[in-house]
Design a protein around this ligand. Structure first.
Ligand SMILES: Cc1cc2nc3c(=O)[nH]c(=O)nc-3n(C[C@H](O)[C@H](O)[C@H](O)COP(=O)(O)OP(=O)(O)OC[C@H]3O[C@@H](n4cnc5c(N)ncnc54)[C@H](O)[C@@H]3O)c2cc1C
Length: 397
């Protein structure tokens, strides 16, 4: 039987606090190889506890949580940069697992989904191309051309998160250039040992090149040949599948961000309460600091309610019906996160920009929150279009 949602939340919170927070100093300041074996051991322990891949059905070894239930767990995991990884529910693996669960063939599930769920392999997702604006994803140059029972893939991708060490890449490639824009592409599984697949480099982000799961890869496909049976779903269904993935995916991201914001908030309050600017007068006695605390509390509260509302609507009516709520939370919560982390850094002074706390990791790793999965401007445009249509204005995105 599943634990009750509040028991589950308490267990996860305690695990993150007791097992993951202590690993963060090594994670932030040493090569991943130092902390990697300890992370692997914790991943195995979480699996033994029955808490791994919580959003997957019980038949696959998950907890079968609804999106709303998983959202609350995701918040707890998001308090540490290691949470989702250790519970085997981090992007892009979680998106690829859900894709294979709902649309993979039996053979694909046996070969790829099973070991992903068991935590024996990792995966990445290759859609964005350096030569085209990722904000308009129908503009793709990567092609997959049929040759007998194979596809031959040629193209260039970047920002494939976690590509280093991944066993497979789900690649978005044009299979029918003559079709309507949203029916041109398909999603195809490319094993990373397939000839013609190449990880060119890990892209340095804000001064950090990253490693393994915590990296973003640039990829080349040069006459890379894979069986037609590696296509997920129907030919031309690539964008429809991507849309389906992004709805729940944005709930996962935004609740993870709320977890980060809560952690930053805790750190800010602790520091404000302890750090004395005059004997007996901690920072928290100053109104400028109190306002930062109050604004952060209110913004996190609003963000959480908005995300839970969107998650409940997806659970009830599906991602399409909730598309405006999804756009709303994507840009709103990303900006709340950045404001709260920025304030927490400010209250920490010089310490805030060091790697002695987790704040600087949140700051540099999640500046991209306002860019990936659709930049702020695109989501604002979606919302403005809906708001202005009744007034006779047609907003172009
Ligand atoms: C950390 C990180 C991880 C990522 N992980 C992955 C991954 O795993 N797999 C993958 O395929 N991709 C990934 N991406 C790529 C990401 O999806 C793209 O960066 C995103 O879609 C934006 O595309 P772009 O970078 O080409 O920016 P562009 O499309 O060139 O846009 C640049 C800027 O223009 C503005 N803009 C865009 N559209 C509009 C508009 N309609 N109106 C007004 N202004 C606009 C925005 O300010 C935007 O930031 C990742 C990116 C980052 C930064």
């Amino acid at each position: 039987m599943n634990p009750s949602p509040s028991d589950l939340r308490e267990r996860v919170r305690a695990f993150v606090r007791d097992e993951l927070f202590p690993l963060e100093p090594a994670f932030l300041n040493a090569p991943l190889s130092e902390v990697g074996p300890r992370l692997d051991a914790l991943r195995a322990r979480v699996r033994e506890m029955g808490l791994s891949t919580p959003s997957l059905p019980r038949a696959w070894g998950g907890l079968g949580l609804s999106l709303t239930e998983f959202a609350s767990m995701s918040e707890e995991l998001g308090r540490s940069p290691l949470g989702h990884y250790v519970f085997n529910c981090a992007a892009p693996d979680i998106g690829n697992m859900e894709l294979l669960l709902h649309h993979g063939s039996q053979a694909q599930q046996a070969r790829w989904l099973r070991p992903l769920v068991d935590g024996r392999i990792r995966s990445c997702f290759g859609m964005t191309e350096p030569e085209h604006a990722g904000s308009n994803p129908v503009m793709l140059s990567t092609t997959a051309v049929r040759d007998g029972d194979d596809y031959v893939i040629n193209g260039h991708k970047w920002f494939a998160s976690s590509a280093e060490g991944a066993a497979l890449c789900v690649v978005m490639a044009v299979t029918d250039p003559g079709a309507a824009p949203h029916a041109r592409a398909s999603q195809i599984i490319v094993p990373t040992d397939a000839p013609g697949y190449r990880l060119v480099r890990n892209i340095p982000v804000m001064g950090h090149v990253g490693e393994q799961y915590f990296s973003h890869g640039e990829l080349r496909f040069d006459n890379c040949r894979v069986p037609v049976g590696n296509r997920i779903g129907a030919e031309g269904a690539g964008f429809a599948l991507a849309q389906e993935r992004l709805g729940p995916g944005r709930i996962h991201h935004t609740m993870r961000w709320i977890g980060m914001a809560e952690r930053a908030f805790d750190l800010m309050c602790e520091r404000a309460a302890r750090r004395e600017i005059k004997p007996g007068q901690p920072l928290a006695t100053r109104q400028a600091v109190q306002f930062m605390v109050a604004d952060s509390r209110a913004e996190i509260h609003a963000a959480r309610l908005m995300v839970l509302d969107a998650a409940a609507k997806i659970d009830r009516e599906g991602p399409k019906a909730a598309r405006h709520e999804i756009s709303m939370i994507k840009f709103f919560v990303a900006n709340v996160l950045q404001r709260v982390v920025d304030r927490a850094i400010q209250v920490h002074g010089g310490l805030g920009v060091t790697d002695d706390t987790v704040l600087s990791f949140f700051y540099r790793a999640e500046r991209a929150a306002r860019i990936y999965d659709g930049p702020d401007e695109v989501h604002r445009g979606v919302l403005a279009r809906q708001a202005l249509r009744p007034y006779g204005v047609e907003v172009e995105l």
